[in-house]
Design a protein around this ligand. Structure first.
Ligand code: GTP
Ligand code: MG
Length: 216
């Protein structure tokens, strides 16, 4: 039997424990950055959360850290407008990015974020993995592909995280998963596993903690 491409990530008990321990550490908001010159020193392991506006990036950071109000989440797309850095223990940065694909802000403003987003994604030395969030109801869209292509060019490993799994029925989720697998197979920088999450129900949160904690 050919193994399924891009299986869902499964972690061992030991990896889960490493994740639990890391995320038991203190987390804090460090700063919001509006230009590359404002980035903090690149002396920690860094992972970022990218994805279309409203896909659930900020909510996922809150679920991971167990702190509801840490990253500002909102039903209004375009909530996060800066690159927000959060410290995790003494060793990691979690980075909440402005969403892309949001058309309802003034063009000049959107262009400014998007430029910064692209500069960051392609030019951050300590960025160990980009988690690209995809809404489990919608799958990979054209705007996502643009970002995935950018990550390929910059040789930044990215891992796809399906969000809002609680909002779709199992059969529909499988269909979307297949669409995502098909898209990922065209991207050399794609990490070969997918994580499925619900920040609402807590599904996949322990897995994602473990993945972050076990990035060598
Ligand atoms: P921008 O900052 O605008 O790019 O958006 P974002 O990706 O940070 O999204 P945010 O975390 O603000 O979440 C958007 C909306 O989706 C909020 O109303 C969240 O409550 C909701 N949401 C996020 N994750 C989940 C989830 O797993 N399940 C459900 N049901 N809703 C979710
Ligand atoms: Mg946000």
């Amino acid at each position: 039997m050919t193994p399924l491409p891009f299986p869902l990530t499964e972690v061992t008990e030991a990896e889960a424990e490493t994740g639990r321990r890391l995320f038991a550490g203190e987390t804090d908001f460090l700063k919001g950055v509006v230009a590359m010159s404002g980035l903090p020193p690149d002396d920690r392991i860094e992972v970022c959360f990218a994805g279309r506006s409203n896909v659930g990036k900020s909510t996922l950071i809150n679920a991971l850290t167990g702190r509801k109000g840490l990253a500002r989440a909102s039903n209004t797309p375009g909530r996060t407008q800066e690159i927000n850095f959060f410290t995790l223990a003494e060793s990691h940065y979690l980075v909440d990015l402005p969403g892309y694909g949001y058309a309802n802000a003034p063009v000049a403003v959107v262009e400014k974020w998007q430029r910064l987003l692209k500069q960051y994604l392609s030019g951050r030395a300590n960025l160990r993995r980009a988690f690209v969030l995809i809404d489990a109801r919608h799958g990979v869209k054209a705007v996502d592909e643009e970002i995935l292509g950018l990550l390929d060019s910059a040789a930044v490993t990215f891992q796809c995280v399906l969000t809002k799994a609680d909002k779709v029925k199992a059969a529909e989720r499988e269909r979307i998963l297949d669409q995502v697998r098909g898209k990922l197979s065209k991207h050399p920088a794609a990490f070969p596993e997918i994580i499925q999450t619900s920040s609402e129900k807590g599904d996949g949160i322990a897995t994602l903690r473990a993945v972050i904690a076990n990035i060598a």
